[in-house]
Structure formats: C-alpha cells, structure tokens
Design a protein around this ligand. Sequence first.
Ligand code: NCD
Length: 300
Amino acid sequence: MKDIISIRDTSKKEIEKILINSESMERLMKSGSDKLKGKILATLFFEPSTRTKLSFESAMFHLGGNCVDFSKEKSSLIKGESFSDTIKIVDSYCDVLVIRNPVEGSARLAAEIAKKPVINAGDGANQHPTQTLLDLYTIKKSKGKIRDLNIALLGDLKYGRTTHSLAYALSMFGAKLTFISPDELKMPRRVTDEIKEKFNAEIQTKNELNKNLNYDIIYVTRIQKERFPDPQEYERVKGTYKINLDVLGKDTLVMHPLPRVDEISREVDNTKHALYFKQASYGIPVRMAILDLLVNSVTK
Ligand code: NCD
C-alpha cells in the first residue's frame, strides 16, 4: 500500500491489518515510541478541520516524528502558484503528505505528482478513508464484530463523504445497512450500486428520520451546508432531524464523525448511547497505524 486515497482501493486484509495494528498503537501511546523518528508529516488542509488534522499531528508526535503545516492563506498559492507545483515542493520537504481539498479527485492527483505516500483526508463529497478506518475500529472495539450488525447511516448521505467510504467498508465486512435520509439527500446511486454488485449487500432505505431507531449502531451525519450548490435547497432540509433519547433503541450506540451542529441532542452526550467522543479519540491510534504502515513500508 503506497497511498490511501479511497477505501475502494484497500483490501479487506489491509484494513484488518490496520485495525490490529491500531490496538498495539494504543499501547504505544502510553509507552512512547520512536518508530517514525526523523520522519516528517506534511499537512495540507484546504478546508477546515479539527479532528483529522490534529489527530494526524498527534499520531506523528506519538511515533517520534515531526510535522510541517501548509497553510493556503499564507502560501504562494495566493501568488498564483499551481496546485501541482505546490505538491511537488511539499513532497520534497517531507516523508508523507496528508491532504484535504474541496475538489473531488484532488488527493488522487496529488498522489500522482508526489513520490511520497499521500493520504486523503477528504476530497469534496467523495471519500474520507481514514475516518472510515477509525469508524470500523470504533465499531469493532464496542461490539466485538462488524458482520451481521444492523447499522443505519442517517442524515446527509448525498454530500457526506464519510458515509460514502463507510458504506463501502461496512458492506465489505458484512454489516446489514439501512440508509436513512431526507429524499433530497439520498445516498448516491453510484455508491449503492457498487456495493450491491460487489458485496451482494442488502440495503434498506428510509426517509423517516426521527422514529424507531432501533439499530445496533446509528451513524449520524451533519448536513454538509458548504456543499449545496443552492442555499435554498439547504434551507429546505436544515433541522429536519434531531436524534434524542426517545427515538433510540435500548442498546443503540450513536456514532458521528463530528462536528455536530444540531443533529444529536445534547441529552444523549452523557448516556451509554453516546459513542462519538470515544470514536473521535480513536483517531490517534488508528492514524498512528496508518502512518507507520505507509512511511515504514514504502519506497516509492
Ligand atoms: C467530517 C468531514 O470532514 O468529512 N469530519 C471529520 O473529518 N471528522 C464530517 C463533517 O464535516 O461533517
């Protein structure tokens, strides 16, 4: 594995290996490690980020490595430098690149330009593979398995890149999926068709958002306001769902890639249902495993 651009490029075996290594990374977080001593991670975030960027940086520090950060506003992009020249230069300053960009396909393009491994931290509404890896890790840790779990993905399934990557991986691991969204924000056909064809996935779809969420896990997402071509379309769907304790099954666990706006009521936060903060914390060991795998095994 050289780059992580789409979860669709990773095999089940590779994913399993990352999940097993993440477990050892949790131990290394306590003892400290110099596995990536002398190595440099470059972060290039052309869109806002809290968890993804900070957990990658923190993961690198836990492994004894260092980070450099590219900031669009303070860079020569403002002077007119091209994306590809920028990638070429940053590539020569580091050992691994993490990139988030609003343009779909931008991480793939960066990987073609760079000699070092490139990790996609989100390309527009397309993919967010490392979020999926930490989501899978969270599910395995909490439920002990993925196969045959009833999992609902709820919210903005049209523009939510996390759900596109996750739906693919969950079907690969044999979970039973339900997609719940307003009609305007349905899972794209290309995602559903592919997982049906490749994994024989049986998928239920629903548009009733606030009732009977009796699943093993519901994965709630934010309406991706910034991706709507038409602000009026956003106004029509905003606030159409809010998960509270009344709608959850007795043992339902609630996940969310975060940030949350208003789609999960705060009353859920301090209950046994809330898994989202734990989930965010797993970003560190999982990203340690990803960095270790790519930087230590790659000679591109
Ligand atoms: C998500 C993203 O950027 O796609 N955030 C994250 O990485 N945890 C979800 C979102 O922004 O809603």
